[in-house]
Write a protein that binds this ligand. Structure first.
Ligand code: SAM
Length: 257
């Protein structure tokens, strides 16, 4: 492994990149991420799927496709600012066809972004791409504003693969902060889990997802990966219920008076 590969929670971004590389090799792929394999190669790794990761790889493929669609829809609807919270090795800024005038902010911890920049060096983005080093447990909105985010214009937020790595209190603070910096017309897409199926996760969603979003100022729709798998024509590996929640929401009108 090279010296500057992300470690700790940052290493989870590499695992996700590996799953995206595998999906991109499929004839029936749900998306194509031509850069994902480069991250794996940069640490001297190879792309292979152990049987114990089949379910998680499926989840990553479904959620990637779902959020690709959600973000492009939000951009077409007028959100020309897109914020990828805990962007990891997400390459949407380079691979999606953004409308003219779109800025994509990628926020993550320093080691992940340093590694990402080294691997992506010389690859042109398809938007105004800005990386923002910040910790989601601290004053991350200030870091985004310093990088040029305008909180008086609609924003499309994505929280993919991050909420389970924050405690319940940290998730509440994060979604509370989002309300304060999201004007009407903003959108929010997120993934969370209703059950802790992995030892490393720090929280689950303990409320019904649509009600939880409403309580925080968002009018949302929640999906599970089983329904989305059907939508995309992809067989669900294994059996049993899906505990993942994939939600999309628009900023709700604040009550007046
Ligand atoms: C599983 S990866 C998901 C990355 C990306 N959203 C995706 O789906 O490809 C989790 C990411 O969360 C980032 N992360 C974890 N805790 C964080 C924090 N407190 N502040 C900012 N980023 C954090 C990690 O560095 C890592 O890149």
């Amino acid at each position: 492994m090279t010296a500057d590969a992300p470690t700790g929670v940052g290493a989870t971004a590499l695992a996700v990149a590996g799953f995206r590389a595998l999906e991109s090799e499929r004839a029936d792929r749900l998306f194509e991420d031509p850069f994902a394999a480069d991250f794996v190669a940069a640490i001297g790794g190879t792309v292979a799927l152990e049987p114990k990761w089949v379910g998680l790889a499926h989840h990553v493929s479904i959620r990637t496709r779902f959020f690709d669609d959600q973000l492009l829809e939000a951009a077409e609807a007028g959100c020309r600012q897109v914020v990828l919270l805990a962007a990891g090795l997400d390459t949407r800024a380079l691979r999606l066809a953004w409308p003219d005038g779109t800025t994509v902010f990628e926020l993550d911890l320093p080691d992940v972004l340093a590694f990402k920049e080294r691997v992506l060096a010389g690859r042109p983005p398809r938007c105004d791409r800005r990386t923002v080093v910040a910790d989601l447990r601290e004053d991350w909105p200030a870091a985004l504003v310093a990088a040029g985010l305008r909180v008086d214009e609609p924003i499309a937020w994505l929280a993919e693969g991050i909420l389970v790595y924050l405690t319940g209190d940290e998730v509440e603070r994060l979604i509370g902060a989002l309300r304060g910096v999201s004007p009407m017309g903003s959108r929010l897409a997120l993934a969370h889990s209703l059950r802790n199926t992995r030892g490393v996760w720090r929280s689950t969603l303990t409320e019904e997802p649509v009600g939880w979003l409403a309580r925080h100022g968002w009018h949302g729709v929640a999906h599970d990966t089983v329904g989305l798998s059907e939508r995309y024509g992809r067989r669900v590996p294994g059996s049993g219920p899906s505990h993942a929640v994939l939600a999309s929401a628009v900023r709700a009108q604040e009550p007046t008076g």
